[in-house]
Design a protein around this ligand. Structure first.
Ligand code: ZN
Length: 510
């Protein structure tokens, strides 16, 4: 007697192989049998010839804090995501320096907290270089001493011991951005004995994306670790349809030469991050309190403003505020910087500085900087997988969060696969299941096979629609019929069932 039987499904197994028709039986959270099955089950579902795929794996997530605030993870579950890897872009919830709000003393403490919160998705972690750097030496811009570097390496080893999958850097975000290439090689070496990988939000994704790719490849090569280029894109308009041909050629050459390089990508023309990313890096030396002090100093503020006016000339209109934390600034969410500046009676650079001060740096932006041709060029590469760069959010999340939080995976399937026909359905599913599982060395998830955990998504391919958009991001995707996490039904026809069957994933040792 099985727990669950899903009959008459077209199985897209996650390996990239053509679909086949079968029944699937689940017992104890795992796939117990596949084929023309005759046994009995406590529950039987007729798949009505729809596609059944492995649950989607979001290898680039920022659900660190949000998985505790929102363990039901509606934004993930309702698009078919059953596993996510957080701790990206140099920022991980643990370890955190003593006294940091929302921080955990170590990766182990954070993972235990996630386990106690019983999330609806499975969650694994990377350890953030910015996080360990802050622990070892604070938020200063100086080079680490040998002892500080040693401390960083020890903290990374500690995180790897309790199951982190690798290390991430965020080379536009202080303090991770203060590291030079040599420091990054040294910290990346610390994950090599564990079989971990180096994921990087590279030092530049605009004018300097080619140089940044060169640096990323050098770091991985010299540290002897696999490389994951995070959310690969080109955000500098004059280099559209040029730079990404160079970066992908570099990656392909590195792969031919034996370096294991993969990329992830989210399928939108706009990126999303903190608004203060537009402020020059020197102003962050010493951390956020020091930044806010500088912005309040008339002389330093003028320098910040002048530098931003030069760097942002002609592209203020691409920037939108996505969320603010104060009540009086709620009107800004979803509006462009020029629109907000006009209402404030200021120039855009001054308005941006005043918003960052008023919100204590807790303000988000959405920035339109990519072109469709580049997105499709990158996406069509076999070593590029899907990753949202988003996180766990409820359907009533305030503000205008980036729709990637809610719609990334269905957008790849519905728009790029079904409508644009960039690749087959089997390839699209592979990019969000078997491929990230291979990168993560997950041996029990990411494909449909007997003995694998029953993370499953049943969907109506023709009905799939990435309804979440920039105007109304907080929505369930259409066409996702059922989502199972570890064999437990967690979403049905766009509704979360309330189930919280996710597990904490730890890198297999050895
Ligand atoms: Zn990033």
């Amino acid at each position: 007697m099985y727990d669950l039987m899903i009959r008459n499904a077209r199985i897209v197994d996650g390996t990239g192989a053509p679909w086949y028709r079968a029944d699937i039986a689940v017992e104890g959270g795992k796939i117990a049998a596949i084929g023309k099955l005759s046994g009995e089950a406590r529950e039987t579902v007729d798949a009505a010839d729809h596609y059944l795929a492995p649950g989607f794996i979001d290898i680039h997530s920022h659900s660190d804090d949000s998985i505790l605030a929102c363990p039901a993870a509606e934004s993930r579950i309702l698009q078919g995501v059953t596993t996510e890897i957080a701790g990206n872009c140099g920022a991980s919830a643990g370890p955190a320096p003593e006294g940091k709000k929302d921080g955990w003393p170590g990766m182990g403490a954070f993972l235990s907290a996630v386990e106690a919160a019983a999330p609806s998705v499975n969650l694994g972690m990377l350890v953030g270089h910015g996080a360990v750097r802050a622990c070892a030496m604070g938020y200063g811009s100086e080079k680490p001493t040998p002892a500080q570097l040693q401390r960083m390496r020890a903290l990374i080893a500690e995180a790897m011991e309790v199951g982190a999958f690798g290390i991430s850097s965020g080379l536009i975000y202080p303090p991770s951005s203060y590291a030079d290439t040599e420091e990054l090689i040294e910290v990346a070496k610390a994950v090599a004995p564990y079989g971990g990988y180096y994921a990087t939000h590279m030092r530049g994704e605009g004018r300097t994306v080619v140089k940044a790719t060169e640096e990323a490849i050098r770091i991985a090569r010299e540290a002897r670790v696999p490389l994951q280029v995070s959310h690969h894109k080109v955000t500098y308009k004059p280099d559209w349809q040029v730079s990404c041909f160079t970066t992908t050629a570099m990656i392909e050459r590195a792969r031919r030469e034996g370096l294991e390089v993969f990329c992830d990508q989210y399928p939108y023309r706009a990126s999303a991050t903190t608004l203060s990313v537009n402020i020059p890096e020197w102003a962050f030396d010493g951390g956020v309190p020091a930044l806010l002090e500088r912005l309040k100093n008339p002389e330093l503020r003028a320098r910040v403003r002048d530098e931003m006016e030069a760097s942002h000339h002609g592209r203020w209109g691409d920037l939108f505020v996505s969320y603010v934390t104060t009540e009086e600034n709620q009107w800004m969410a979803g509006r462009s910087i020029p629109e907000i500046a006009e209402r404030m009676g200021e120039e855009p650079a001054d308005a941006l500085i005043d918003i960052v001060i008023a919100e204590n740096d807790r303000v988000g932006e959405i920035s339109f900087g990519m072109c469709e041709e580049d997105i499709e060029h990158i996406m069509s590469k076999p070593y590029v997988m899907t990753g949202s760069d988003g996180g766990a959010m409820p359907l009533d999340e305030p503000g205008k969060p980036h729709p990637r939080n809610y719609g990334t995976f269905v957008r790849v399937l519905a728009h790029y696969c079904r409508e644009r026909k960039l690749f087959s359905l089997e390839t699209a599913v592979h990019k969000m299941t078997g491929l990230p599982a291979a990168r993560l060395r997950l041996s029990e998830r990411g494909t449909i096979k007997k003995g694998m955990w029953a993370d499953l998504v049943l969907f109506d391919f023709e009905a799939l629609r990435d309804t979440p958009d920039f105007t109304n991001p907080q929505q369930a995707c259409e066409g996702i019929l059922k989502v199972y996490v570890n064999g437990v039904l967690t979403a049905e026809n766009g509704r979360h069932t309330g189930a919280r069957a996710g597990a904490v994933l730890r890198r297999a040792c050895g």
